[in-house]
Ligand binder design. Structure first.
Ligand SMILES: [Zn+2]
Length: 122
């Protein structure tokens, strides 16, 4: 590995971008090594260094495929399902409770008539 080319701030050649710039363009470095560095001299301190990647070697950020979307949705549904009453709580079950709030606080449940829905959770 030879020394990396170092460019002055704002004088980066075309075709190079920082990780953040790649990300803004929907790209990622894709495993490539840093291709160059940018240095911005600062007074009293060492120069500010930015790492540049080659845009032509960058890969697109992994697109959201239907399979991935379904997997994510299933994972989210699992996190919303109360392990005690097996119902979709409509929100992510708080880890501190471990169950939906209705199961965690059955006495605080909104009184909906004589023992309506009571016993399902407990
Ligand atoms: Zn529950």
């Amino acid at each position: 590995m030879g020394a990396l080319p170092v460019y002055r701030w704002r004088l980066a050649p075309d075709g190079y971008a920082t990780r953040r710039q790649l990300r803004a363009a929907g790209l990622r470095p894709g495993g490539q090594d840093v291709a160059a560095t940018l240095e911005r001299p600062r007074r009293r301190r060492g120069p500010l260094v930015a790492y540049l990647y080659r845009v032509d070697l960058a890969k697109p950020v992994r697109p959201m495929t239907p399979g991935r979307r379904a997997a994510l949705a299933a994972a989210n549904a699992a996190r919303r399902t109360c392990p005690q009453c097996r119902r979709d709580a409509g929100y992510v079950i708080p880890p501190s409770l471990g169950t939906c709030t209705t199961c965690a606080f059955p006495d605080n449940a909104v009184p909906a008539g004589p023992s309506a829905a009571h016993g399902i959770c407990a």
